[in-house]
Write a protein that binds this ligand. Structure first.
Ligand code: GLC
Length: 520
């Protein structure tokens, strides 16, 4: 029996608003994506995850959803979505959609009704609504919003509603039967249309402690909280997993969870989802000892449930990989992740090594900027529309002369697809080669990783199947890799981090001693 595609696949995250504009309004859309599907086929990825394209008030770039079972007219139509799925399938690509079930837009009909209906109403029971303290003057608890400020907003009549994100994203109460039924209906709606998988946005937030306890003294973001990753949240993923299993084909559900390995492991128990993101490494500096521990922990947390990790190389919520780790680091980590057991999620534009853009203040749309009082510049710098041609602006993203929803900086065309396609040393060329070679070397190689225990300090390496992956974190001399096998691919820089893939041509000969390296 062959393993399902997602187990060791590569998924490209298409941030739809910034991928390609087919209609000429400066915002990426479904027709734009459809026209670029051959590019994604050529990249060699198995699937795309398309970020929200539902009707939205755009207070959080589409993650504030007004109707979960429709397409925002600015981004296309349901027919366009069907055409994306059909064309993708014809090209051998799968399509995953992004389900935002934790909250809705404040313009969603349910929330409008709740605002109007008043305190204690049935309409408000679909949300997390509490009386304020001090006769309604103060928020019910001191819970902070993930985007800054309080997580509670007053209705103005003594009751407050919970929003873990922006004030325009009220949290749904998933203990309410209407909310549960609606979530399931949404899931079936997209699966019925033939999508191959689902990303569950803000997956850990669906269950809140009904006692709404105060956070303990000294609590910090990232610590356990009464609104994330509670035991009860797993009942939802068991239900969703059951729905997914009713559909034919290898459908996949991936949980967007930001916790450490022990937090994400439970989401991939055999009766839950197929994947939960391994996001933790995204925030970590490139240090060999640290990464050896991180990677081993991530593997252990999911392999014990018979699953493999879903490595995130980047995404639309963090700084661009080429800025976070440097371009050499982004290359080295890409090759490292592609060599590990599991599925790799690559963020559109990172295959071009796009840098984070420092946008002018007035161009920033991310609610975190406003809610943090300007101290956090937010995530827009990683969402600037992609450059397809060398110029002029908008670099093939939209028809000539169209201003883009986030401004592209001068010189953006130096990173263009057109240019990188012609350069064998480009990040794009490396990504294409690596994805193909990975399939040949490692797909189906199983979950076993044999770490090379005696590499020099600053190095990390392992054998899998008949090949070896070795990473040097940071600059340093290149040891003689000859003893490990024939070098097949290198990604990184001689004066920075780098990863080498080698074919271990004689099984059993790729030990550190034979490579002539000193033990630490
Ligand atoms: C997820 C999304 C992020 C969004 C948030 C609220 O973390 O990835 O972009 O802002 O959920 O929906």
């Amino acid at each position: 029996m062959t393993a399902p595609w997602w187990r060791e696949g590569v998924v490209h995250e298409v941030y739809v608003r910034s991928f390609s504009d087919g209609t000429g309004d400066g915002v990426g859309d479904l027709p734009g994506l459809r026209a670029r599907l051959p590019y994604l086929r050529d990249l060699g990825v198995d699937a795309i995850w398309v970020t929200p394209f539902y009707p939205s008030a755009d207070h959080d770039a589409g993650y504030d959803v007004i109707d979960h079972r429709a397409v925002d007219p600015r981004l296309g139509t349901l027919d366009d979505l069907d055409a994306v799925v059909a064309d993708a399938h014809a090209l051998g690509l799968r399509v995953m959609v992004d389900l935002v079930l934790n909250h809705v837009s404040s313009e969603h009909p349910w929330f409008r009704a709740a605002a109007e209906a008043g305190p204690g109403s049935a309409e408000r029971a679909r949300f997390h609504v509490r009386p304020g303290r001090d006769g309604g003057a103060l928020p019910p608890t001191g819970w902070p919003s993930i985007f800054g400020g309080s997580a509670w907003e007053p209705f103005g009549d003594g009751e407050w509603y919970l929003h873990l994100f922006d004030v325009h994203q009220p949290d749904l109460n998933h203990d309410h039967p209407d909310v549960r039924a609606d979530a399931e209906r949404t899931l079936r709606f997209w699966l019925d249309r033939g999508v191959d998988g689902v990303r569950f946005d803000a997956a850990g937030g669906l269950t809140k402690d009904p006692a709404y306890p105060e956070l303990p003294d000294g609590w910090q973001p990232g610590h356990a909280s009464p609104y994330s990753d509670l035991d009860g949240v797993h009942d939802h993923y068991r239900r969703f997993a059951k729905v997914l299993s009713e559909y034919d084909g290898d459908r996949v559900g991936v949980a967007e969870v930001w916790g450490e390995p022990h937090v994400i492991g439970p989401y991939v128990r055999p009766d839950e989802l197929q994947q939960a993101f391994a996001i933790d490494p995204l925030f970590r500096p490139l240090d060999a000892t640290l990464w050896r521990r991180l990677l081993a922990e991530q593997l252990d947390a999911v392999v014990r449930h018979g699953r493999l990790p879903a490595w995130a190389h980047g995404n639309h919520d963090v700084k661009r990989a080429a800025t976070r780790w440097g371009e050499d680091g982004a290359r080295a980590v890409l090759l490292l992740m592609l060599a590990l057991p599991g599925c790799v999620y690559l963020y559109a534009g990172d295959e071009l090594a796009l840098p984070e853009v420092d946008l002018p203040d007035e161009a920033i749309t991310d609610p975190t900027y406003r809610r943090s009082g300007g101290t956090d510049r937010g995530r827009d710098g990683a969402r600037v529309p992609l450059p397809w041609t060398t110029g002029p602006a908008p670099y093939g993203f939209a028809p000539d002369g169209t201003p883009t929803w986030l401004p592209q900086p001068d010189g953006w065309g130096t990173h263009a697809v057109e240019r990188q396609e012609a350069d064998p040393d480009s990040m794009l060329a490396l990504t294409r080669r690596a994805i193909r070679l990975r399939d040949e070397l490692w797909r189906g190689a199983g979950d076993e990783v044999t770490w090379l225990e005696s590499l020099p300090a600053g190095w990390l390496g392992f054998r899998r199947g008949a090949a070896t992956c070795v990473t040097r974190f940071g600059a340093g001399p290149d040891p003689d890799l000859g003893g490990l096998g024939e070098v097949l691919l290198t990604g990184g820089a001689s004066d920075g981090s780098a990863t080498w893939w080698l074919r271990g041509d004689r099984p059993g000969t790729t030990t550190d001693e034979e490579a002539g390296w000193d033990r630490r």
